[in-house]
Design a protein around this ligand. Structure first.
Ligand SMILES: [Zn+2]
Ligand SMILES: [Zn+2]
Length: 757
């Protein structure tokens, strides 16, 4: 192609930022340039991809349109800066050597599910990667979990142990090949391999996949090393096997995730809508919570008493091969003891899972960063993440630039942390509940890794106000110049704003279990007026004491007793309720503790209000995991009920006691629990909407952000968002990060940055 005077030519420099390295971007650009008849070059540099193209105006605009419209599957373009430069008279288009000078501003891509082309190869008996469990290309495979350092090159990944064979090397070096510069490229001749070991770590002979499938068929539990860690797998239709897994894992009641071979198999177990199907088969491959269909052959212990089931599709060749041999649904739950982080190293697996698993399907590609499966629901035809980890981390949320690198230490449960650098807020993978030593060390490792890979030595640390959070204690002890405490519910609403690309001011409805208030009381149902820099508490749920503190969280009956006493006084003891008859004998010490205020912190917690109504309704007096009673109350509600219990708002106080009183009276009159639950939800929703209406009059604000763990309750979400929308409010809900404490650190980071000036 030429620069002869007959055609008008131009030269343009494009700087592309975002997730553009290690995702097949350069061969894609190479192909586009050829198709558009352009000369020039493309290269990776520390800020992303640099492109210069030269040719006709028409060719250049065709190139730019396709660049924007059809980027490679794993790429995420944040920005393209365009600059017209003098013609250089180039005659061909080339991929040039990477430049590694300067700070690395490029994102490490998230891990991605096996692409269709790779799947076709592993199914093709004539292909050299037939049935090879580690097949990948630039459009798919491991990234985040194998990266040890930047730049993203093979020696900086856990693939550095494997030397490419001649055939792989040829593919790797060919710009026209799907595996051009695919760092984890591998084949049976040169890449990682599988081994099946028994509980004593002795090798089991035969094909590891076939042998694993027959162990599963025989009801055994197999620990399977996957992409981000170890899973525990068993036959999801075998009740004895699932029960054994539960008892060995000491996971009493939490639902277990199930992997199915394809969408058809998913539809046999659950109602799968078109958006659900798209999310299930997306390259992120999260666990999607779906309504169960009746009459499946699933073992009852998979998700006892739960109307929903967490399903996922296979996301590595190993999973595809295994599930095909097993032939039916597979329980695939994180390899850990309850509440600990997922196990990702072989020695840990042997030590920590030895008493749970009957066998181990392992491989020799090291997992550098652990990464649990992500969990999402679909709300209003969009993702609504509940746990954001594999497939998402470490994708950034783009925000107003951080003036100095910020580390946000996160909360306590469902822990994640966040690094803020440049315009990117990078929320970590799921760490877990910080109560264990394993989780705390996972946090330390994670922070060390992120600060190195994203070249962000923190100058500011943000942390939660709660003095007893381990993340707070740890953050306060760090040798970092600036330390900023961020109120829990302010962080939640800020997280929702950042998630939506907004900065406020808004009305924030922050609802959750507990968070430390700036007046040293426990907050949890808060109406805030806020932006990143500022918040004001404008209304909240009426306080009730939590007798025994933590014990009241584990024993909802305590809170229910307190609520009943507040509502009915001494007459509470005489209510014609099963709950009263069942628990009354134990009330006295609890109520006197509450009355004395000793070890009974006052709380305006939404979570405890739900717990109280759940206990009254006979759903459960004690819980084994956070949010259990509230989730059951949501599930049992009859959505056709439109009656709402009264719940007045006076002097900035939402009177939850009225809701409990109405629920108790209805239950005493024999109303169904489904009716009571719905009327309770409706009543709370109505009073929250009323608070917003009142605040709109006073402040002029007409945007409402919903954040906090209670918003995992989709019935409440639907009722509140519906009511607000009807009333002319704009409603912001989470889209990319969880409403629960898994999204907290993002809010902490942006709040801290707004205070830096
Ligand atoms: Zn692929
Ligand atoms: Zn090879």
């Amino acid at each position: 192609m030429g620069t002869d005077g007959a055609t008008a030519t131009a030269r343009v420099r494009l700087r592309v930022r975002g997730t553009v390295q290690g995702v097949g971007f350069r061969p894609f650009v190479y192909g586009l340039a050829h198709a558009a008849g352009l000369s020039g070059f493309v290269l990776n540099d520390p800020s992303g991809v640099l492109i210069e193209i030269e040719g006709t105006e028409a060719g250049i605009s065709r190139f730019r349109a396709r660049l924007a419209e059809e980027p490679p599957a794993m790429a995420a373009i944040d920005h393209v800066d365009v600059e017209v430069i003098p013609s250089a008279g180039s005659i061909s288009f080339e991929i040039l050597e990477s430049s590694h000078l300067g700070a690395a501003a490029t994102q490490v891509a998230a891990d991605a599910a096996t692409c269709d082309e790779c799947l076709a190869e592993i199914a093709d008996p004539a292909a050299r990667r037939y049935r090879y469990p580690f097949t990948n290309c630039t459009n798919c495979g491991p990234r985040f979990t194998i990266v040890k350092d930047v730049p993203y090159d093979r020696p900086n990944t856990t693939m550095d142990d494997f030397e490419m064979c001649a055939e792989c090397k040829t593919e790797y070096e060919d710009p026209a090949d799907r595996r051009f510069h695919a760092q984890p490229i591998a084949c049976p001749a040169c890449g990682p391999s599988l081994r099946l070991l028994d509980a004593g770590w002795n090798r089991i002979a035969g094909d590891p996949i076939l042998e694993t499938a027959s162990l599963v068929a025989a009801g055994r539990i197999v620990a399977v090393k996957g992409l981000g860690g170890y899973h525990l797998a068993c036959d999801a239709t075998n009740e004895a096997a699932v029960e054994r897994l539960r008892s060995r894992k000491q996971r009493e009641e939490k639902p277990l995730a199930v992997m199915v071979a394809n969408l058809e198999a998913a539809r046999a177990l659950c109602e799968v809508g078109d958006v659900d199907a798209a999310v299930l088969s997306s390259r992120r491959r999260p666990i999607v919570l779906l309504p169960r269909s009746r009459g499946s052959n699933l073992a009852p212990s998979v998700a006892p008493g739960n109307r929903f089931l967490g399903l996922m599709l296979p996301y590595t060749p190993l999973h595809h091969l295994l599930i095909k041999e097993v032939g039916g649904p597979l329980v695939l739950t994180s390899g850990n003891h309850t509440d600990e982080p997922i196990v990702h190293h072989d020695e840990q697996a042997f030590a920590r899972l030895g008493e749970i698993a009957d066998a181990f399907l392992i491989h020799d590609r090291e997992i550098h960063v652990r990464c649990d499966d992500s969990v999402v629901r679909v709300v209003s035809r969009n993702d609504y993440p509940l746990r954001r980890s594999r497939g998402f981390a470490p994708e950034a949320v783009i925000v107003r630039p951080f003036s100095r690198p910020v580390l946000a230490a996160g909360g306590e449960l469902k822990h994640t942390f966040c690094i803020g650098v440049g315009e990117r807020a990078i929320l970590s993978h799921h760490i877990g509940d910080l109560a264990t030593w394993e989780a705390m060390s996972a946090l330390l490792e994670g922070v060390e890794h992120f600060t190195r890979v994203f070249d962000a030595a923190p100058e500011v640390v943000a942390y939660d106000l709660h003095p007893e959070y381990l993340s707070t204690k740890w953050a306060k002890g760090l040798d970092v110049p600036t330390k900023i405490a961020v109120q829990h519910h302010h962080a939640h609403i800020a997280s929702c704003l950042a998630d939506n690309g907004r900065e406020g001011p808004v009305i924030g409805l922050a609802l959750d279990g507990t968070g430390w208030g700036d007046d040293d009381t426990i907050w949890g149902c808060e109406v805030l007026e806020c932006d990143f820099a500022f918040y004001r508490r404008r209304a909240h749920l009426r306080y009730i004491p939590l007798p025994g503190g933590e014990a009241a969280i584990k024993q909802p009956w305590r809170v229910a007793a307190v609520y009943l006493r507040e509502a009915f006084g001494e007459a509470a003891d005489e209510l014609a309720l099963d709950f009263v008859r069942r628990t009354r004998d134990e009330w006295r010490p609890i109520l006197s503790m509450a009355a004395s205020g000793i070890n009974s912190p006052p709380a305006s917690s939404a979570g405890r209000l739900f717990d109280a109504v759940a206990a009254l309704s006979g759903l459960r007096d004690n819980v084994t995991y956070e949010g259990q009673a509230a989730a059951e109350l949501e599930q049992i509600a009859d959505p056709s009920v439109t009656i709402a219990y009264p719940c007045s708002v006076r002097d900035s106080e939402i009177d939850g006691v009225e809701l409990v009183a109405a629920a108790a009276e209805d239950l005493a009159h024999g109303r169904s629990v489904g009716h009571v639950s719905a009327a309770f939800h409706n009543g709370l929703a109505r009073s929250l909407v009323q608070c917003c209406r009142q605040l709109r009059v006073e402040s002029g604000l007409d945007v409402v952000a919903l954040s906090g763990g209670t918003w995992q309750n989709l019935l409440l979400l639907e009722r509140v968002a519906g009511g607000l929308t009807e009333d002319g409010f704009e409603v912001l809900i989470h889209r990319r990060v969880p409403p629960n404490d898994g999204g907290l650190a993002l809010g902490q980071a942006v709040v801290a940055n707004s205070g830096l000036g």
